[in-house]
Design a protein around this ligand. Structure first.
Ligand code: UDP
Length: 312
Protein backbone atom coordinates (compact mmCIF):
# COMPACT_ATOMS: atom_id res chain seq x y z
CA UNK A 1 0.00 0.00 0.00
CA UNK A 2 1.35 3.36 -1.01
CA UNK A 3 0.34 7.01 -1.16
CA UNK A 4 0.27 7.99 -4.82
CA UNK A 5 -0.27 11.37 -6.47
CA UNK A 6 -2.07 11.18 -9.82
CA UNK A 7 -1.85 14.53 -11.61
CA UNK A 8 -4.55 14.57 -14.28
CA UNK A 9 -6.52 11.91 -12.40
CA UNK A 10 -9.92 13.33 -13.38
CA UNK A 11 -9.28 12.70 -17.06
CA UNK A 12 -10.19 9.67 -19.13
CA UNK A 13 -7.02 7.66 -18.55
CA UNK A 14 -6.19 9.21 -15.17
CA UNK A 15 -9.54 8.23 -13.66
CA UNK A 16 -9.08 4.59 -14.70
CA UNK A 17 -5.63 4.68 -13.13
CA UNK A 18 -7.09 6.11 -9.89
CA UNK A 19 -9.70 3.32 -9.88
CA UNK A 20 -7.07 0.65 -10.17
CA UNK A 21 -4.81 2.11 -7.48
CA UNK A 22 -7.66 2.67 -5.00
CA UNK A 23 -8.99 -0.80 -5.79
CA UNK A 24 -5.73 -2.44 -4.80
CA UNK A 25 -5.54 -0.50 -1.53
CA UNK A 26 -3.31 2.47 -2.35
CA UNK A 27 -4.14 5.93 -1.08
CA UNK A 28 -4.63 8.27 -4.05
CA UNK A 29 -4.28 12.03 -4.13
CA UNK A 30 -5.70 13.18 -7.46
CA UNK A 31 -4.61 16.65 -8.55
CA UNK A 32 -6.57 18.08 -11.47
CA UNK A 33 -7.68 21.54 -12.59
CA UNK A 34 -10.80 20.04 -14.21
CA UNK A 35 -10.09 21.91 -17.46
CA UNK A 36 -10.53 18.81 -19.61
CA UNK A 37 -11.10 16.22 -16.86
CA UNK A 38 -14.40 15.87 -15.06
CA UNK A 39 -15.63 15.18 -11.53
CA UNK A 40 -18.13 12.74 -13.03
CA UNK A 41 -15.19 10.42 -13.85
CA UNK A 42 -14.46 10.25 -10.12
CA UNK A 43 -17.95 10.42 -8.59
CA UNK A 44 -17.81 6.74 -7.58
CA UNK A 45 -14.46 7.31 -5.79
CA UNK A 46 -15.55 10.38 -3.84
CA UNK A 47 -16.99 8.31 -1.05
CA UNK A 48 -13.83 6.25 -0.62
CA UNK A 49 -11.71 7.03 2.42
CA UNK A 50 -8.44 6.48 0.58
CA UNK A 51 -9.17 8.94 -2.22
CA UNK A 52 -8.97 12.73 -2.32
CA UNK A 53 -9.36 15.21 -5.18
CA UNK A 54 -7.30 18.40 -5.00
CA UNK A 55 -8.44 20.93 -7.60
CA UNK A 56 -5.27 22.68 -8.79
CA UNK A 57 -3.35 23.46 -11.97
CA UNK A 58 0.01 21.68 -11.60
CA UNK A 59 1.71 24.22 -13.85
CA UNK A 60 1.05 26.77 -11.05
CA UNK A 61 1.10 24.75 -7.81
CA UNK A 62 1.09 21.21 -6.44
CA UNK A 63 -0.61 21.59 -3.06
CA UNK A 64 0.15 18.14 -1.66
CA UNK A 65 1.53 17.65 1.87
CA UNK A 66 2.72 14.55 3.67
CA UNK A 67 4.57 11.47 2.49
CA UNK A 68 4.35 10.47 -1.17
CA UNK A 69 5.57 7.17 -2.61
CA UNK A 70 4.89 7.78 -6.29
CA UNK A 71 3.85 10.58 -8.63
CA UNK A 72 2.10 10.06 -11.97
CA UNK A 73 2.04 13.01 -14.36
CA UNK A 74 -0.93 12.69 -16.71
CA UNK A 75 -2.01 16.33 -16.42
CA UNK A 76 -2.44 17.74 -19.93
CA UNK A 77 -5.11 18.24 -22.53
CA UNK A 78 -4.69 15.16 -24.74
CA UNK A 79 -7.10 15.24 -27.66
CA UNK A 80 -6.03 17.38 -30.65
CA UNK A 81 -9.03 19.79 -30.47
CA UNK A 82 -8.47 20.16 -26.69
CA UNK A 83 -4.77 20.97 -26.88
CA UNK A 84 -5.23 23.20 -29.94
CA UNK A 85 -7.82 25.18 -27.96
CA UNK A 86 -5.38 25.53 -25.01
CA UNK A 87 -1.94 25.90 -26.62
CA UNK A 88 -0.22 27.84 -23.84
CA UNK A 89 -1.77 25.75 -21.05
CA UNK A 90 -0.60 22.58 -22.84
CA UNK A 91 2.97 23.85 -23.06
CA UNK A 92 2.82 24.90 -19.40
CA UNK A 93 1.54 21.48 -18.29
CA UNK A 94 4.46 19.78 -20.04
CA UNK A 95 7.09 22.22 -18.83
CA UNK A 96 6.17 23.91 -15.50
CA UNK A 97 3.83 21.07 -14.55
CA UNK A 98 6.53 18.47 -15.10
CA UNK A 99 9.09 20.55 -13.20
CA UNK A 100 6.82 20.96 -10.16
CA UNK A 101 5.84 17.30 -10.06
CA UNK A 102 9.47 16.18 -10.46
CA UNK A 103 10.32 18.46 -7.57
CA UNK A 104 7.64 16.82 -5.43
CA UNK A 105 9.05 13.40 -6.34
CA UNK A 106 12.59 14.52 -5.52
CA UNK A 107 11.61 15.95 -2.11
CA UNK A 108 9.53 12.86 -1.28
CA UNK A 109 12.01 10.26 -2.59
CA UNK A 110 9.10 9.03 -4.72
CA UNK A 111 9.09 7.31 -8.08
CA UNK A 112 7.94 9.61 -10.90
CA UNK A 113 6.08 8.27 -13.94
CA UNK A 114 5.60 10.57 -16.93
CA UNK A 115 2.74 10.01 -19.34
CA UNK A 116 4.49 10.89 -22.57
CA UNK A 117 3.05 10.13 -25.97
CA UNK A 118 3.50 8.55 -29.38
CA UNK A 119 3.21 12.15 -30.61
CA UNK A 120 6.92 12.56 -29.83
CA UNK A 121 7.43 10.55 -33.06
CA UNK A 122 5.41 13.15 -35.01
CA UNK A 123 4.59 11.94 -38.53
CA UNK A 124 6.95 8.95 -38.37
CA UNK A 125 9.28 7.88 -41.18
CA UNK A 126 10.12 4.67 -39.32
CA UNK A 127 7.39 2.08 -38.98
CA UNK A 128 6.49 0.62 -36.51
CA UNK A 129 8.06 3.06 -34.05
CA UNK A 130 10.70 1.78 -31.61
CA UNK A 131 11.75 3.98 -28.69
CA UNK A 132 15.10 4.60 -30.42
CA UNK A 133 13.35 6.47 -33.26
CA UNK A 134 13.84 10.21 -32.73
CA UNK A 135 10.75 11.39 -34.50
CA UNK A 136 9.66 13.74 -37.25
CA UNK A 137 8.09 16.74 -35.53
CA UNK A 138 7.58 20.27 -36.84
CA UNK A 139 8.56 22.50 -33.91
CA UNK A 140 6.30 25.31 -35.15
CA UNK A 141 3.46 23.19 -36.58
CA UNK A 142 0.00 23.32 -34.99
CA UNK A 143 0.49 20.05 -33.08
CA UNK A 144 3.84 21.20 -31.71
CA UNK A 145 2.21 22.61 -28.56
CA UNK A 146 1.55 19.03 -27.50
CA UNK A 147 4.45 17.18 -29.19
CA UNK A 148 7.12 19.58 -28.02
CA UNK A 149 5.64 19.92 -24.54
CA UNK A 150 5.92 16.16 -24.13
CA UNK A 151 9.39 16.04 -25.70
CA UNK A 152 10.51 18.75 -23.27
CA UNK A 153 8.83 16.85 -20.40
CA UNK A 154 10.86 13.76 -21.34
CA UNK A 155 14.08 15.81 -21.44
CA UNK A 156 13.29 17.36 -18.04
CA UNK A 157 12.49 13.95 -16.57
CA UNK A 158 15.79 12.48 -17.73
CA UNK A 159 17.68 15.56 -16.51
CA UNK A 160 16.09 15.18 -13.05
CA UNK A 161 17.21 11.56 -13.02
CA UNK A 162 20.78 12.36 -13.99
CA UNK A 163 21.25 15.60 -12.08
CA UNK A 164 19.20 14.88 -8.92
CA UNK A 165 18.86 11.09 -8.82
CA UNK A 166 15.05 11.12 -9.13
CA UNK A 167 13.68 7.62 -9.75
CA UNK A 168 11.79 8.05 -13.04
CA UNK A 169 9.89 6.10 -15.68
CA UNK A 170 8.68 7.45 -19.04
CA UNK A 171 5.71 5.83 -20.78
CA UNK A 172 5.07 6.74 -24.44
CA UNK A 173 1.33 6.24 -24.62
CA UNK A 174 -0.21 5.36 -27.99
CA UNK A 175 -3.87 6.07 -28.83
CA UNK A 176 -5.97 4.73 -25.97
CA UNK A 177 -9.76 4.34 -25.86
CA UNK A 178 -12.51 3.02 -23.65
CA UNK A 179 -15.34 4.09 -21.35
CA UNK A 180 -15.18 7.70 -20.03
CA UNK A 181 -13.79 9.18 -23.22
CA UNK A 182 -15.60 12.49 -23.23
CA UNK A 183 -18.33 12.39 -25.92
CA UNK A 184 -17.27 15.85 -27.13
CA UNK A 185 -13.51 15.55 -26.92
CA UNK A 186 -13.04 15.09 -30.64
CA UNK A 187 -10.96 11.90 -30.72
CA UNK A 188 -11.68 9.33 -33.34
CA UNK A 189 -13.23 6.60 -31.16
CA UNK A 190 -15.48 8.95 -29.18
CA UNK A 191 -16.57 10.79 -32.34
CA UNK A 192 -17.41 7.60 -34.25
CA UNK A 193 -19.27 5.99 -31.32
CA UNK A 194 -21.35 9.10 -30.60
CA UNK A 195 -22.07 9.71 -34.30
CA UNK A 196 -23.08 6.08 -34.92
CA UNK A 197 -25.35 5.98 -31.88
CA UNK A 198 -27.04 9.26 -32.89
CA UNK A 199 -27.35 8.17 -36.53
CA UNK A 200 -25.25 11.14 -37.60
CA UNK A 201 -22.63 10.89 -40.37
CA UNK A 202 -19.28 9.41 -39.27
CA UNK A 203 -16.70 12.13 -39.95
CA UNK A 204 -13.69 10.46 -41.58
CA UNK A 205 -10.91 13.01 -42.04
CA UNK A 206 -9.12 12.74 -45.38
CA UNK A 207 -9.54 9.50 -47.32
CA UNK A 208 -9.38 7.39 -44.14
CA UNK A 209 -6.24 5.48 -45.19
CA UNK A 210 -4.21 6.96 -42.31
CA UNK A 211 -3.62 4.41 -39.56
CA UNK A 212 -3.72 4.29 -35.78
CA UNK A 213 -3.15 1.44 -33.34
CA UNK A 214 -5.69 1.52 -30.54
CA UNK A 215 -5.04 0.30 -27.01
CA UNK A 216 -7.92 -0.50 -24.66
CA UNK A 217 -7.75 1.54 -21.45
CA UNK A 218 -7.43 -1.46 -19.08
CA UNK A 219 -4.34 -2.63 -20.99
CA UNK A 220 -2.91 0.88 -20.85
CA UNK A 221 -3.41 1.02 -17.06
CA UNK A 222 -1.72 -2.39 -16.70
CA UNK A 223 1.26 -1.00 -18.63
CA UNK A 224 1.49 2.14 -16.49
CA UNK A 225 1.34 0.11 -13.28
CA UNK A 226 3.97 -2.33 -14.58
CA UNK A 227 6.20 0.67 -15.28
CA UNK A 228 5.52 2.11 -11.80
CA UNK A 229 6.50 -1.17 -10.18
CA UNK A 230 9.68 -1.56 -12.20
CA UNK A 231 12.93 0.37 -12.01
CA UNK A 232 12.85 1.00 -15.77
CA UNK A 233 13.50 4.62 -16.76
CA UNK A 234 12.52 4.07 -20.38
CA UNK A 235 11.13 5.56 -22.44
CA UNK A 236 8.82 2.59 -23.02
CA UNK A 237 6.06 2.45 -25.64
CA UNK A 238 2.72 1.37 -24.18
CA UNK A 239 0.22 0.68 -26.92
CA UNK A 240 -1.43 -2.03 -28.94
CA UNK A 241 0.34 -2.87 -32.22
CA UNK A 242 -2.95 -3.86 -33.90
CA UNK A 243 -2.79 -1.21 -36.66
CA UNK A 244 -5.98 -0.20 -38.51
CA UNK A 245 -6.95 2.44 -41.01
CA UNK A 246 -9.41 5.08 -39.85
CA UNK A 247 -11.82 3.85 -42.56
CA UNK A 248 -11.66 0.31 -41.07
CA UNK A 249 -12.35 1.75 -37.66
CA UNK A 250 -15.44 3.56 -38.96
CA UNK A 251 -16.65 0.28 -40.50
CA UNK A 252 -16.03 -1.58 -37.21
CA UNK A 253 -18.07 0.96 -35.22
CA UNK A 254 -20.90 0.88 -37.76
CA UNK A 255 -21.03 -2.89 -37.62
CA UNK A 256 -20.90 -3.04 -33.80
CA UNK A 257 -23.64 -0.45 -33.32
CA UNK A 258 -25.79 -1.64 -36.23
CA UNK A 259 -26.09 2.07 -37.07
CA UNK A 260 -27.53 3.38 -40.37
CA UNK A 261 -25.09 6.33 -40.28
CA UNK A 262 -23.27 7.16 -43.50
CA UNK A 263 -19.57 8.04 -43.77
CA UNK A 264 -18.77 11.68 -44.56
CA UNK A 265 -15.26 12.73 -45.60
CA UNK A 266 -13.92 15.97 -44.13
CA UNK A 267 -10.53 17.62 -44.73
CA UNK A 268 -7.53 16.03 -43.05
CA UNK A 269 -6.26 18.26 -40.21
CA UNK A 270 -2.80 19.77 -40.87
CA UNK A 271 0.14 17.57 -39.81
CA UNK A 272 -2.12 14.57 -39.11
CA UNK A 273 0.34 11.63 -38.86
CA UNK A 274 -0.08 9.17 -41.77
CA UNK A 275 0.74 6.02 -39.85
CA UNK A 276 1.26 5.09 -36.24
CA UNK A 277 2.06 1.75 -34.67
CA UNK A 278 4.12 0.96 -31.57
CA UNK A 279 6.99 -1.48 -31.44
CA UNK A 280 6.30 -2.92 -27.99
CA UNK A 281 9.33 -5.23 -27.73
CA UNK A 282 10.80 -3.14 -24.94
CA UNK A 283 7.63 -3.24 -22.81
CA UNK A 284 7.42 -6.97 -23.38
CA UNK A 285 11.03 -7.61 -22.37
CA UNK A 286 11.45 -5.11 -19.55
CA UNK A 287 7.95 -5.02 -18.05
CA UNK A 288 6.55 -8.40 -19.08
CA UNK A 289 3.60 -6.40 -20.40
CA UNK A 290 1.43 -7.21 -23.36
CA UNK A 291 -1.95 -5.79 -24.45
CA UNK A 292 -4.72 -8.38 -24.10
CA UNK A 293 -8.03 -6.82 -25.14
CA UNK A 294 -8.84 -7.16 -28.85
CA UNK A 295 -10.22 -4.19 -30.78
CA UNK A 296 -13.60 -5.89 -31.21
CA UNK A 297 -13.90 -6.59 -27.49
CA UNK A 298 -12.67 -3.14 -26.46
CA UNK A 299 -14.94 -1.36 -28.94
CA UNK A 300 -17.92 -3.41 -27.78
CA UNK A 301 -17.31 -2.34 -24.17
CA UNK A 302 -16.82 1.27 -25.26
CA UNK A 303 -19.97 1.34 -27.40
CA UNK A 304 -21.96 -0.15 -24.48
CA UNK A 305 -20.69 2.64 -22.24
CA UNK A 306 -21.55 5.40 -24.74
CA UNK A 307 -24.99 3.85 -25.30
CA UNK A 308 -25.67 4.05 -21.57
CA UNK A 309 -24.17 7.53 -21.24
CA UNK A 310 -26.06 9.04 -24.19
CA UNK A 311 -29.28 7.39 -23.03
CA UNK A 312 -29.11 9.17 -19.69
N1 UDP B 1 -10.18 11.27 -37.14
C1 UDP B 1 -11.22 11.14 -38.06
N2 UDP B 1 -12.46 11.56 -37.67
C2 UDP B 1 -12.72 12.09 -36.45
C3 UDP B 1 -11.66 12.22 -35.53
C4 UDP B 1 -10.40 11.81 -35.91
O1 UDP B 1 -11.03 10.65 -39.18
O2 UDP B 1 -13.89 12.44 -36.21
C5 UDP B 1 -8.83 10.79 -37.53
C6 UDP B 1 -7.73 11.81 -37.34
O3 UDP B 1 -7.58 12.62 -38.49
C7 UDP B 1 -6.53 10.91 -37.12
C8 UDP B 1 -7.11 9.69 -36.39
O4 UDP B 1 -8.51 9.72 -36.68
O5 UDP B 1 -5.98 10.49 -38.34
C9 UDP B 1 -6.91 9.72 -34.89
O6 UDP B 1 -7.31 10.95 -34.42
P1 UDP B 1 -7.40 11.32 -32.87
O7 UDP B 1 -7.82 12.74 -32.78
O8 UDP B 1 -8.21 10.32 -32.16
O9 UDP B 1 -5.92 11.16 -32.32
P2 UDP B 1 -4.45 11.49 -32.88
O10 UDP B 1 -3.81 10.16 -33.06
O11 UDP B 1 -4.55 12.23 -34.19
O12 UDP B 1 -3.84 12.31 -31.80
Amino acid sequence: MARIVVAGGAGFLGSHLCDRLVGRGDEVVCVDDLSTGSCSNLAHLDRRARFVLVVADVSREVPVDGPVDAVFHLASPASPPAYLARPLETLAAGSEGTRRLLDLARRSHARFVLASTSEVYGDPEVHPQPETYRGNVDPVGPRSVYDEAKRFAEALTMAARHACGVDVGIARIFNTYGPRLSPGDGRVVSNFCVQALRTEPLTVYGDGTQTRSLCYVDDQVNGLIALLESDVAGPVNIGNPDERTVADLAAAVLSLTGSRSVVEHLPLPPDDPRRRCPDVSRARELLGWEPEVTLDEGLARTVAWFRERLGR
